[in-house]
Every structure is written in C-alpha cells, then in structure tokens.
Design a protein around this ligand. Structure first.
Ligand SMILES: [Zn+2]
Length: 375
C-alpha cells in the first residue's frame, strides 16, 4: 500500500533540491558576505564545510535527503532519529551512507524492574553497531511517566544508570528538554507564537495540571548536567532557552560537559542578535550548527515548522539563505527562516571566520571523532 509514494517523494526531493540550489546560486553573485545593508541577495554563503548536527531522516528516503543536503552546501548531517536496536537502528545505519547516526531510548516500562539494564544493553549494542551518540526527545520531562503514573523528571535517579553508560561508552547525548518559552504560556493573543499555537494547539504546554513550567524543566536539565558530569550533553535548540542567550552562556560557563546546537532557533537568536552573538563568542568550541530538517519516508520535508512537503521552492530557498545570512552577516531586519514561528524579523550575528569554521563543522568533528567534512 502506498508503495509509489516514496518513489514520487524521491523525485520531488531531487527536483526541489536542484531547483532551489539553482536559485541560491543564481542570487549569490551580487553582494559580498558582510554587506551592511539589508537586501534580498546579501547572503552569499562563505565557502566553509558544513556539518548539520541535527536532522531527522527516515531510512527509506536517506539517499534523496543526502542529495538535498549536499545541494544546499551541507556535506554531512547527523541523523538524530536512528531508532534503537531491533527497532529501526539497523536500517538507519545501513542507509546513512557513512553519515553519523544517533540511537534513541525506549522509555516504555521505565520504573519497572530491568528497564535500565535493557536500555544500557541496547546502548552497548548500538555503539558496537556504529551509532555515534544518543538522542532523547522532549517527551522526557513532559510525557514520559512510570507505570504508576508519575512524571519522570529529567534529573530523576531512575535515569542515572543510562546517563552513566553514555559517559562510559563515549556516546554524546543530544537532549531536547522543554520547548519555546511561549508554548508554556497561555495561548492568548499576546503570546508571541499565537498563530503557530492556533495552528497546532497540541504544542501548548500551558496546562499546569499536566505539565511543569518552562523554568522547572530547565532546572531539571541543569541538575542532570551537573550530576552526569562525565557524560557530554548537547542541549539542542540552543539549550531550549534561545529566548535568554545570557542564561545559556552562564550554563556553558558552569558545566564543561554541556554543549548546545542552533537547530530551529535562528528566529529566536536573530531576534536578540547581540546577546546571542556574545553567548556564542564566549563559548565558540561548544556550539554546533544544526537545522532540524525532517525528511519523511513519504517524501515530506519539514523546515523546522510543520508544513509538510507543500513547501514551495521559495520557502526552501528562504530557509537556507536566511540561515547563512544570520550566521555570516551583520545585516539587519530580514525575514527569518521559518516565518510561521513568529511575526518578527532578525539581525545577523556575523561570526568571525574562525568561529564559523568551528560552529559549522570543526566542533562536531571533534565531538564525534570524525575526519574533515566535505565542502
Ligand atoms: Zn529535532
């Protein structure tokens, strides 16, 4: 059933990849990097290799996804949706074409006898099979419960053995704790993501009878990072506090095992570019470039916000040009990569060349023990 859909998806991917790339290149000759005035063509990508630390790729679509990413200048990408041993990891690794894959954790049964041992064993096998790290999604802290109905906090001792195993095995953890701050506030008109929450009511975590507060979740993560100090922890989405870059910088000051990625948070970071730039420049060795692109087996493509493969070529082009322009220029007042996420414009942070090299690829290569990323 539906056997033709992935095939059509592959064809559509390649077409949109090449078409969008042609548009990017077509507009790329007009203005040098660092042009001061906002203009439609200011983002000439600097020729630096790019390793995307944060993508989600279904195994069936992996070759087309790689074609798409390469066409947009991303020479290597970490697939954080590897699955676990016996549930997708084998297929994801086989389809990865040598790109890094992170394994996932099965929280079903947490709190029951034997859960830790089962998951630690899976991590050991995942490592032996070639997984490069582990990803834990936002369900931990929000929707993972013990069999008797208790919410499992990110710093719950039930998780200690698992975190210890990651450290012992040298598997860095990418963890998503919380979500945009606005998703925890009531979805009223004065909420800065009112339109997005209107389109996706299930994304709201404002019901205090069900969910902890944004600050409480970030506190749980901070205590986890402190306690699991021998485990390298990448708090994705700029620590899930891109609304407060100075707070993220303080965490990075305090915890040498903590890293962050930039995935799907250029809108927030570019909304307060000075503060974001200062935070990155204070910790240039522990910030990783990521996009959060999601490639579904049905040919769907999600550009950091849910729209599916209905994305037009202009949307794909804007996503990449706006992203490069944010990192590489000090342009002001331009459209951010995913306008559905908020009705504001952003400013670029114009990172120096040596910091761009680290954020775009060298930090991730060091973290994952990889050779040079192809340009
Ligand atoms: Zn993601």
């Amino acid at each position: 059933m539906g056997a033709r859909r992935p095939v059509l998806g592959v064809a559509a991917f390649v077409a949109i990849a090449l078409g969008a790339w042609a548009l990017v290149r077509g507009g790329a000759t007009e203005a040098p990097t660092g042009a001061a005035a906002p203009s439609a063509s200011a983002a000439t990508p600097t020729p630096i290799a790019k390793l995307d630390f944060h993508v989600h790729i279904d195994a069936e679509i992996a070759p087309a996804a790689r074609t798409f990413l390469r066409a947009h200048g991303i020479g290597r990408a970490v697939n954080l949706s590897g699955g676990w041993v016996g549930a997708g990891l084998e297929e994801t690794l086989a389809a990865a074409g040598g790109d890094p894959v992170f394994a996932n954790v099965d929280f079903r049964g947490i709190g029951a006898p034997g859960w830790s041992e089962r998951e630690v064993l899976r991590l050991e096998r995942a490592k032996a099979m070639g997984a490069r790290g582990v990803k834990i999604p936002k369900s931990l802290g929000l929707r993972v419960h013990t069999p008797d109905g208790r919410r499992v906090a990110v710093d719950d001792p039930l998780l200690d053995a698992l975190f210890d195993a990651m450290g012992r095995l040298g598997l860095p953890l990418a963890i998503h704790t919380g979500d945009p701050r606005a998703f925890f506030d009531p979805p009223t008109r004065d909420n800065e993501r009112y339109e997005e929450l209107g389109a996706h009511p299930a994304w709201s975590f404002s019901d205090r009878s069900v969910y902890p507060t944004w600050d409480a979740l970030l506190g749980e993560l901070e205590r986890r990072v402190a306690r699991s100090s021998r485990t390298t922890i990448v708090s994705v989405h700029f620590g899930n506090a891109p609304e407060e870059p100075a707070r993220v910088a303080r965490w990075l000051d305090r915890y040498p095992n903590l890293w962050v990625d930039t995935a799907a948070r250029v809108p927030e970071l570019g909304h307060r570019a000075q503060e974001a730039r200062a935070a990155i420049l204070a910790h240039p060795d522990r910030v990783l470039f990521g996009t959060d692109l999601q490639f579904g087996s049905d040919g769907s493509l999600v550009l950091g916000a849910g729209e599916g493969f209905g994305h037009r070529r202009e949307g794909v082009e804007r996503f990449f040009t706006s992203t490069w322009r944010f990192f590489e220029t000090r342009d002001r007042g331009f459209a951010h990569p995913t306008p559905i996420q908020g009705a504001w414009t952003i400013d670029g942070i114009g990172l120096p060349r040596d910091v761009l090299e680290r954020v775009y690829h060298a930090n991730a290569e060091r973290l994952l023990g990889l050779g040079p990323t192809p340009l």
